[in-house]
Design a protein around this ligand. Structure first.
Ligand code: ZN
Length: 224
């Protein structure tokens, strides 16, 4: 990152100078982001429940529950119709990656290390899931260089792809369906011990009387 300079030549501290690089740079991120960059998850969730936001809290929660119930059901249903190893979107990505590297060549350096001759020369380590372009580490999905090396090694490409992209994981994510909750009024009947009723509420407001303590700091006591 380039520091701006004041007229006197002294470098100017920017906002990002005081933040760890791994907090705002993909290249320095520790761990795997799976290619996701999310600025604000709450904004995304808010837009999803936008029509519910004006409702009272209980109705809003009920609306969110129903939206989740429908979403889980739909995704579970569509996943049941898929028959690929990866989710369809990732199968498409895999196909595109293979197309990108179809004219590249990989040369073996050791059993699982290759040098790919693409636009630039890169190092691919199949055991450590590493490519010197760093795309594999950042996304958790083999880059085009890695796929060329996998083919050169006569390996199965799916063995080098994280399980999170696979259909089996997607199905397990939506395997637990959310059951409907019928209106409690329809479930209540005389003498039932299964229904938990709301607590008894005393009518009228609790009155408070404010007195001054010795140190003149007001405090409230409750009168029953
Ligand atoms: Zn690469």
């Amino acid at each position: 990152m380039r520091n701006l300079k004041e007229e006197g030549g002294a470098p100017v501290q920017t906002f990002l100078d005081n933040l760890p690089k791994e907090n705002w740079s993909s290249a320095h991120f520790k761990g795997n982001r799976y290619g996701e960059m999310c600025k604000n998850a709450s904004e995304s969730f808010h837009s999803w429940i936008l029509e519910l936001c004006a409702l009272p809290i209980c109705q809003m929660l009920e609306g969110i529950r129903i939206k989740l119930m429908v979403m889980v059901s739909e995704r579970s249903g569509e996943a049941g119709q898929w028959c690929s190893v990866l989710c369809p979107e990732m199968e498409k990505t895999l196909s595109e990656m293979l197309t990108v590297g179809q004219h590249w060549n990989a040369s073996r350096s050791s059993t699982y290390v290759f040098e790919d001759l693409a636009e630039v020369s890169v190092l691919v380590d199949l055991v450590n899931h590493f490519c010197s372009c760093h795309d594999w580490r950042i996304k958790g999905f083999p880059c085009a260089h890695a796929l060329v090396a996998v083919q050169k090694n006569s390996g199965c490409m799916y063995d080098y792809i994280d399980d999170y992209f696979k259909l089996s994981y997607y199905r397990s994510s939506y395997a637990t369906l959310i059951s409907p909750i019928p209106d409690i009024k329809d479930m209540m009947h005389e003498g039932s011990e299964d229904v938990i009723l709301p607590p008894l509420i005393k009518k009228g407001r609790t009155r408070t009387k404010t007195i001054k303590s010795v140190s003149k700091v007001p405090r409230a006591i409750t009168c029953s």
